[in-house]
Design a protein around this ligand. Structure first.
Ligand code: GN1
Ligand code: MG
Length: 325
């Protein structure tokens, strides 16, 4: 079915549909009607095996966050029949309200680094009092390094010789951040935030991966994506992200946690890209063969540079925690 027809038949809006964003998982489109804009998404069923359960999670999360802070996330627009999504030809479609704001793949200012930290920190704090049964994991083993390494090991013997030792030497990272004791956003890349023209965050996006986890998974992804300028870690940005995240989340972190979390997440993402390359590019979207291998190599390169800066990150975090700014 044509995308325009999906929107017309199930939501009653007449509009044009065009591709939107750079997500690696779901398909995302901008819907423009004469009066309003919306965001249409097709949920990736290969990644989210139980997409119906995912939508149950998502509705709970969106309602909860909106109760804490109106408009902190886009709204799910109900279908004609009052449902939060529609199944068309086996695919799950959902429609979101469109939130004005800028999505950035790389931050442009120090102010944005601080407000991004506050935004993801606050989101984690708002999730603390999400009542009811624990949310079902959106993806088995998601963000758990042991699980990611086990999937990588399924391809033993076929892994690129140039990367085997690099991966093996860092397996100990799986000893960190194992404890799952709170809800996390699960995808704290800066491009999942929308900024206004004063560099304040106006909304948090991509809530499919909210799950029971470890705070450092979010902080690490934020630092990985917010603090690298021209391929190098900026300690100034790292300090701002730490300050923002700790202020927003009220988490009692140690300097070692703050310095290790970006390594954990960067390593894991590299392993995930590499595993998908070995598995035939079935999970992350690619536009050409070898793209997931390249992505893995980029994460491992970033990881090596973060390792060079770990003691500086730790000293920086120690100063912050001691109240030295
Ligand atoms: C995926 O589609 P996107 O970019 O929002 C992935 C994240 C990765 C990210 C890497 C469900 O998110 O875990 O960190 O790519 N989401 C899922 O860019 O696997
Ligand atoms: Mg995203």
């Amino acid at each position: 079915m044509e995308l325009e027809q999906v929107v017309r038949e199930h939501w009653g809006f007449e509009g044009s549909v065009a591709g939107l964003g750079e997500g690696h998982i779901n398909d995302t489109y901008l819907v423009t009607t004469p009066v309003e804009r919306y965001v249409l998404q097709r949920v990736n069923r290969f990644v989210f095996r139980d997409a119906e359960q995912l939508m149950v999670n998502l509705e709970r999360v969106v309602d909860h966050l909106s109760a804490h802070r109106p408009n902190w996330t886009p709204r799910l627009i109900k279908t004609h029949e009052g449902a939060p999504y529609e199944e068309v030809d086996g695919a799950i479609w959902r429609l979101w309200s469109y939130v004005e704001g800028r999505s950035l793949s790389e931050l442009e200012s120090d102010r944005q680094a601080f407000t991004a930290g506050v935004a993801f920190g606050e989101t984690q704090r708002y999730l603390r009092d999400l009542a009811g049964p624990q949310l079902a994991d959106p993806i088995d083993g998601f963000l758990q390094l042991d699980h990611c390494l086990a999937r990588y090991d399924d391809h033993a013997g076929k892994q690129p010789a140039s990367l085997v030792a690099f991966v093996d030497e860092r397996r100990h990272l799986a000893d960190r951040f194992r404890v799952r004791d709170r809800y996390v956003h699960g995808d704290c890349k800066v491009n999942n935030l929308l900024f206004d023209d004063r560099d304040e965050v106006c909304a948090v996006l991509d809530l499919d991966t909210v799950m029971w986890g470890n705070w450092a998974w979010d902080f690490g992804d934020l630092a990985r994506s917010a603090c690298v300028i021209d391929g190098r870690l900026s300690l100034e940005r790292f300090a701002l992200v730490c300050n923002g995240f700790l202020e927003g989340s009220k988490i009692a972190a140690t300097a070692d946690d703050l310095a290790s979390a970006p390594l954990y997440v960067t390593y894991m993402l590299g392993v995930r890209f590499l595993t998908d390359h070995l598995a035939g590019d079935r999970y992350f979207k690619t536009s050409q063969p070898g793209e997931n291998l390249l992505r893995a190599e980029q994460q491992f390169e970033l990881l090596a540079s973060l390792e060079d800066e770990t003691s500086e990150m730790r000293s920086c975090a120690e100063r912050l925690l001691a109240g030295g700014g």
